[in-house]
Design a protein. Structure first.
Length: 325
């Protein structure tokens, strides 16, 4: 890997392969605002990046600072190995990462007019006019101003005027929203995993009692909600929530699940100064809580390698008496 201390290329395209770029790739004149950046593989960029179009042919690639593509950030479908963005990624146009065999990790928020992801992990949230995700994990939320399409994915929550879903969808938080009723393909299944014992599963241990996933009935769990802002403007939403059905949540100590350690460690990413792990029942340590390890764990949930047990709504009278007496 050849180290580059400064980018001095007057051409309209910067091509990088087998390079460690120590500097930022930022325009220094108006003519460089129209410069494209093409990453061909085995590249680390330590500084921030600005490009008219940012095209990634192949991995491994790591961006350690923020990335902005004015028109488009595009990762080719057949890109292999891992492509990682440690900081925020934004575009006035589209962000497209529809990977077939490779994997892309976004360590912070994504913001663009159109965002299309497949086989990606997002440690933050997605903000866009149009969002399409497939086989993707979003630990924050998918917030679309026009429409959201979600297929076989995990997301914290979502909020969009129109939502289309297919396959198996997992929600990390109790409630999600849409303006219009959801449009679901036949066979679509929704599960809420707020009370799943993700910490034990990450440690390859048995899940704690009164934990697991809650299967959602989108029609039964849907409620009409009116939101009012400071100017008294009213917004009518459909909310999809399991809050009213989670009886055991008041009995269960959510801190014992250690789910927050996984989410916080992933969202903070490179900001954490040291590497942490979870302690197993036998006193040993789990795998390190690094972004790649956490991403791999959630991908195992999507693929079915890691199975989350169903949460039973049954609570014994003795437990209720002990809790409320």
């Amino acid at each position: 890997m050849k180290e580059m201390q400064e980018i001095r290329i007057g051409e309209s395209t910067v091509g990088l392969k087998d390079n460690l770029v120590k500097t930022a790739i930022l325009p220094k004149s108006s003519s460089e605002l129209e410069r494209d950046v093409n990453i061909q593989g085995n590249v680390i960029v330590e500084g921030a990046v600005y490009a008219r179009n940012l095209i990634l042919d192949n991995g491994p690639v790591e961006f350690k600072s923020a990335v902005y593509a004015h028109n488009e950030l595009h990762i080719k479908n057949d890109a292999s190995d891992t492509i990682a963005f440690n900081k925020a990624v934004a575009s006035c146009g589209s962000i497209v990462s529809l990977l077939i065999s490779g994997r892309c990790i976004y360590g912070a928020d994504i913001n663009g007019a159109s965002v299309k992801l497949k086989n990606c992990f997002v440690a933050g949230s997605i903000f866009a006019n149009e969002i399409q995700i497939e086989n993707t994990i979003v630990l924050g939320g998918c917030f679309a101003s026009k429409n959201l399409t979600i297929h076989n994915s995990i997301t914290g929550t979502f909020n969009s005027p129109e939502v289309s879903a297919g396959g198996t969808i997992y929600l990390l938080y109790p409630t999600a929203f849409s303006v219009e009723p959801m449009n679901n393909l036949p066979g679509t299944e929704f599960y809420n995993i707020t009370l799943a014992d993700l910490g034990s599963l990450f440690k390859n241990e048995k899940e704690k009692p009164n934990t697991g996933k809650i299967r959602m009935d989108i029609e039964a769990d849907s409620q009409r909600t009116v939101l009012v802002d400071e100017s008294d403007t009213k917004t009518l939403l459909h909310s999809y929530s399991v809050a009213s059905r989670v009886l055991v949540s008041d009995i269960l100590n959510l801190d014992d699940l250690e789910n927050h350690f996984l989410i916080i460690s992933a969202s903070l990413g490179s900001q954490i100064l040291k590497t942490y792990s979870l302690q197993k029942e036998d006193g040993q340590k789990s795998d390190d809580l690094t972004l790649p390890n956490i991403a791999e764990f959630f991908f195992k949930i999507i693929s079915g390698v890691v199975q989350i047990k169903d949460l039973s709504g049954a609570v014994s009278f003795g437990e209720l008496k002990q809790r409320y007496s």
